[in-house]
Write a protein that binds this ligand. Structure first.
Ligand code: SD4
Length: 326
């Protein structure tokens, strides 16, 4: 029965940290927190935790949340000094009567909880920002009000500021083109049948300072209801937020849809709600209380990392809605 699934291949290492806990009867809550913490700490993952790309001002901010049920959830966003937003979120859930803390006060709350401060900007991320900030065109993010992102139209570093470039060189069938902007969303079920989920991100690279995406918002980047299932999202948060993406997927499972049917219907809702640009991507994973799960994406390139009794693997999603260029 125990299982952990996480967005993107880099999350395999998080799953591998969490698996011994799940395999020895530990809780799904501890497992998802440990999974995210591993990825947060990895400097080579430039979209989560240390190594995450900064906002337009050159400062990193981190967002995250954790959830067991509607009555048991916590969130922390716009952290500038603490590496593990999910651990801050867990303390919000367990030690306050609130759900979400933001900004400088969330950092101070984390201090009071004894969580250590740390540097979030890696030398590589600083260098990437410096390159980006020398290109005057990227400062104007109004061209695409949905996404202020990274991937340049010409394939070079930071030239256009778009998250997914329509004309950039592509390694078809690979995950490669997504490597700068990916959130970890992780869902687990433990040997007692308890579901838990967590989500951790540095958000959109070079975002407008103060911008918060879907990832730390309950019902948007993550939703867990033990009576219906769990879902989490990665990609352009603004697209997920307008349809309450994770909540919608869980509600569809509550109504009897399978995990893949629920995800496809949610992504269809996104497709019909926005004028999608070629660089827009959203991917989601969903887990039902009986352990059935699925992964789906708007566009090719997404991967899901899975760990269960059968071992660790990275898989393509069960469904992809759109060809890359549409
Ligand atoms: C956000 N959803 O801040 C996150 C970013 C992300 O793949 O997942 N990128 O909008």
């Amino acid at each position: 029965m125990p299982l952990i699934i996480s967005t993107w291949s880099f999350s395999s290492r998080g799953n591998d940290t969490a698996w011994p806990m799940l395999a020895s009867g530990g809780s799904a809550l501890d497992a998802v927190e440990a999974c995210c913490a591993t990825v947060d700490a990895a400097p080579d993952v430039d979209s989560v935790g240390y190594g995450g790309l900064p906002d337009a001002s050159g400062r990193v901010s981190l967002d995250g949340c954790i959830m067991l049920s509607p009555a048991r959830c916590g969130s922390a966003c716009a952290l500038r000094h603490h590496l593990h937003p999910v651990s801050v979120a867990r303390r919000v859930m367990e030690r306050t009567s609130h759900v979400m803390l933001a900004g400088i006060d969330a950092d101070e709350f984390a201090d009071l909880q004894g969580l250590p401060r740390s540097e979030l900007l890696s030398p590589e991320a600083k260098a990437a920002w410096e390159t980006w900030s020398t290109k005057p065109t990227v400062i104007d993010q109004s061209r695409d009000r949905l996404v202020a992102g990274l991937r340049p139209i010409d394939g070079g570093p930071g030239a256009d500021g778009r998250l997914f470039a329509a004309n950039a060189p592509r390694a078809s069938g690979s995950e490669d083109r997504w490597k700068h902007h990916d959130t970890i969303g992780t869902l687990a079920i433990d040997s007692h049948g308890t579901l838990a989920g967590a989500c951790s991100t540095s958000g959109m690279p070079y975002k407008v300072p103060g911008r918060v995406g879907d990832s730390p918002i309950i019902g948007h980047g993550l939703y867990v209801d033990p009576t219906a299932g769990a879902a989490t999202a990665t990609g352009a948060g603004e697209l997920v937020m307008g349809v309450c993406g994770s909540f919608l997927a869980v509600e569809l499972m509550r109504q009897g849809r399978s995990p893949i049917e629920a995800l496809v219907a949610t992504l269809e809702r996104i497709r019909s709600s926005y004028e999608l640009q070629p660089h827009h991507q959203v991917a989601m994973i969903a887990l039902r209380p009986d352990g059935a799960w699925a992964a789906a994406a708007l566009r090719p390139g997404f991967r899901v990392a899975v760990r269960d009794d059968a071992g660790s693997r990275v898989l393509e999603p069960d469904a992809t809605l759109l060809p890359e260029s549409s």
